[in-house]
Design a protein around this ligand. Sequence first.
Ligand code: ADP
Length: 270
Amino acid sequence: AESRLVVVRATPISARSMFLILRDITEKERVEEMRRDFVANTSHELKTPVGAVSLLAEAIESAADDPDQVRAFASRLTAEASRLALLTSRIMSLSRLQAADELNDDRDVSVDEVVASAVEAHAIQADSAGVTVVRGGERGLYVRGDPQVLSEALGNLVANAIAYSPSGSAVGVGVRAVDRIAEIAVTDRGIGINEGEQERVFERFYRADQARSRRTGGTGLGLAIVKHAVQRHGGEVTVWSRPGRGSTFTIRLPLVDGPMVDEPRKKRKK
Ligand code: ADP
C-alpha cells in the first residue's frame, strides 16, 4: 500500500480524487481477496469428492473377483461422480456470474417462461420427493435480463424448497407485480432456517446444518448463485423463514416498462 501512496502523491491531485483513487484500490483489493477466498474454498470442497472417487476406483480394482463388492463400490462411485459434476457446474455458474462479462442480459424476459422452465427442470426431483409444485399469481410480466441465468436462479430456489420439504407437502411459486417490481416467491412448508442463519445461507458454501445438507447432497452454492444472479439484474433476494414451519424466498426484479401483456416488446425494439 505504501508504494501506491507514493504514486498517488506524485501528481497534484485534489483530496476528492485522492479519496476516489484510494477507494478504488480498496475495492480492487476486496475483489481480489474474494477471488482468492473463492479459489481456496473451492479447492477444499473439491478435495473430498475427488478423493472419494480415486479411493473407490482403487477399491473396485482390488475387489475385482467379488462381483457384489464391485457393484456396491461402483454405485458409490457413480454417486460421488455425479456430486462432483454438480459441484463443478455450480462453481462454473458462480464464477461466470462473478466475472464482469458473458452475461447475455439485454433481453426482455417473460417471467412466465422463467417460472415454467425453473419448475420443469425440477419436475423429476419433485416427483421422487413426493412434493407437489403449484404455480400461481400474475401472468404476462416481463423483466430485463438473461433468461437462462434467471431460470437457473429460480430453479435453485425451487430445488431447495423441494429438498427441504417433507414428502406429501406442496411448494408454491407465486408471481406478482408491486409498483414497478416483479416479485417471484417460492414458499415451502419444510424444515425452515434458524433466524441467526438466515443471512448466512446466501454465502458461498454455507449450509445451515451439515447433516441435513449431506442428506440432500447440497453444495452450499445454490443460494450464492441466486444472490449474484439477481444482483446482476438489478434485483434482490430475501428470505423469510420459521424453523419447523417453512420458508419463503422472494426474488425482486425491476419490471420492463411498457404494457405488461404478452408480446409487447417487438414493437418497442429498434
Ligand atoms: P445447498 O446446496 O446446501 O442447498 P444452498 O446455497 O442452496 O446450498 O443453501 C444453503 C443452505 O441454506 C442449505 O444448506 C440449507 O441449510 C439452507 N436452505 C436453503 N433453502 C432452504 C429451504 N427452502 N428450507 C430450509 N433450508 C434451506
